[in-house]
Design a binder for this molecule. Structure first.
Ligand SMILES: [Zn+2]
Length: 181
């Protein structure tokens, strides 16, 4: 994957911060992670932005904050391009001697590497079943015959479709109000 060659720009030294529990450091993020993809959604050349707070805790640091992740996608009904912005919340803990089988990220006690956190958070925030609008007229049967995505029975597909639309509609209503420039 070409992504592996990306420079790791978000290594943060926290040795000083960890001198006292509860000390905080704010990190401004503005970095594009183009090319991350989940099904029909992908990140763009526009930077992922936000402010992360790194706080000294027992045996490590916590990293919290909200990111803004510009994305584009293919509408799952009509396949037109949709753009939007997700706002995932980052909530990670780095610890020395992190317990196995936990969500805690092992680190050396001095340097936290936020690149993987940023990349994974951005990717996880991409919409799984994007719609260009709540009232998308649906697939154009001449261009995209029904059954394109179908594996299971038609009944199952319809259930998933209506449920997905109900979940997605409120978010799209919000996105419609965003200034995407
Ligand atoms: Zn559509």
């Amino acid at each position: 994957m070409p992504l592996m060659a990306t420079n790791r720009k978000h290594r943060v030294h926290v040795g000083g911060l960890r001198q006292r529990l509860g000390q905080r450091l704010e990190i401004d993020i503005s970095e594009a992670f183009p090319g991350l993809q989940v099904i029909a959604s992908r990140t763009t050349e526009s930077p992922v932005t936000g402010t992360l707070t790194i706080e000294s805790i027992e045996r490590g640091v916590s990293v919290t904050g909200t990111l803004k992740v510009p994305w584009e996608a293919d509408c799952r009904r009509c396949l037109e391009t949709v753009v939007g912005e997700s706002e995932p919340f980052v909530d990670e803990v780095f610890q020395v001697n992190a317990p196995e089988d936990s969500e805690i990220i092992e680190f050396d006690g001095d340097t936290v590497d936020l690149d993987d956190v940023l990349r994974e958070t951005a990717m996880a925030s991409l919409p799984l079943s994007p719609l260009c609008g709540a009232n998308c007229l649906g697939p154009d049967p001449e261009r995209f015959p029904a059954g394109l995505n179908g594996v299971g029975s038609e009944d199952t597909d319809e259930d998933e479709d209506s449920e997905g639309a109900m979940l997605a509609d409120p978010r799209w209503a919000v996105l419609d109000q965003l200034d995407l420039n």
